[in-house]
Design a protein. Sequence first.
Length: 350
Amino acid sequence: PHAGPVESKKEAAMSELVPEPRQKPVVPMKPTGINASLLGYIGIDTIIEQMRKKTMKTGFDFNIMVVGQSGLGKSTLVNTLFKSQVSRKSSGWNREEKIPRTVEIKAIGHVIEEGGVKMKLTVIDTPGFGDQINNENCWEPIEKYINEQYEKFLKEEVNIARKKRIPDTRVHCCLYFISPTGHSLRPLDLEFMKHLSKVVNIIPVIAKADTMTLEEKTEFKQRVRKELEVNGIEFYPQKEFDEDLEDKTENDKIRQESMPFAVVGSDKEYQVNGKRVLGRKTPWGIIEVENLNHCEFALLRDFVIRTHLQDLKEVTHNIHYETYRAKRLNDNGGLPPMTVETEENHESNL
């Protein structure tokens, strides 16, 4: 008859030992699904289609910058990426024309259309970069150009009567071409990426990767990754901007395996097994640009255009441009920067 109370004491003691469940972070209540069949069809699923129609009408802007020494195949690679003649060389830049002594920046705009989607593509080339004997501070004109585009956007944004759609000339992506030496990165490469990674999305690529053996290529890629890490250089996609676990998993794979992309560019077509392929002809065969066994061009194209183009634009707007904007408005005492007209009036009054 006494067993009852003893057991209940034991239970009480046990319950004291069991730690209180830790409070879970407050998660917004999951909305309960309403059975649509009771209500009939509403049409919420057309929102995506409405957005698609609107963006199709306006089209897209994408501004890509290519930086690297002469002869690394920058123009060819950009032409290969967009399967059309979009580089400065194919846009009437004379061979006879004097190569610029210092970094001269040329922006060439095109409208590319595919499947009814229009993209206003601007290719920003930087001829003369790294070609001098003394390359000290040769990234400065490039940094200045990038910041000038942010400034242009900011001036439009702070106007009282601003345009409904501000023309976007901000650099969304910078392909940085690394010479396929198989050794380490040059001080110039490190200095450029250190300065510019704070203001633009940098994607490092190893140019003319067909000049290295497979072992050399793997080793060089690992060495480049290590050097970037040691020097604290953040390339795109930056770790801190991964929005969720899915993004993190996908981007980690890119950061740890693919980067920097070892690529070969070509805008010449060849016949291989009855198929037309983009490639480079060598005495021992044809290197197929889009064949993953030959080079990582297809990975780069998928990354820049097919999976991360929209994200490149968002990171440019929400991170790099916001950083510039905050600093600019802060320096200006929280006031909008002087507009071009007021500057001109100010000068004429002097």
